[in-house]
Design a protein. Structure first.
Length: 122
């Protein structure tokens, strides 16, 4: 089993009117090294270059679901490490998958930028 993450279009968890059909909703993640471009009309959105002076942009609510390893979506996804704090190493929690702009994109851009999710801004 593996964790599959999908970002919703909800910025505030108070906007959610129902429980997740599968898995659970998690909020409070911050992105380091990149920014998140919201999708429109039911699209998930995708990673973009970091914006100046916005060191830790807050992510929308994330839906986390447990799926069999064979069913996990990996094409067009950045395997993003999630840490409790920006100290990284000893605070590693799990690996989230974040949508990239297109399915042909390479993860190397985001790896070189040191993109990670944080559970606190410090």
């Amino acid at each position: 089993m593996e964790l599959q993450t999908t970002l919703t279009s909800y910025d505030d968890p108070k906007d959610l009117t129902h429980y997740a059909e599968n898995g659970f909703y998690v909020h409070g993640f911050f992105l380091e090294g990149a920014a998140w471009e919201k999708g429109g009309q039911g699209n998930e959105g995708y990673l973009t270059q970091a914006k100046l002076k916005d060191l830790h942009p807050k992510l929308p609510v994330v839906n986390v679901v447990s799926v069999p390893k064979k069913e996990k979506k990996v094409i067009g996804q950045y395997q993003c490490p999630v840490y409790v704090t920006s100290l990284r190493g000893p605070t590693y929690v799990f690996t989230a998958n974040l949508q990239m702009q297109d399915e042909e994109a390479s993860q190397s851009e985001w790896i070189l930028a040191g993109v990670a999710l944080l559970m606190s801004e410090d």
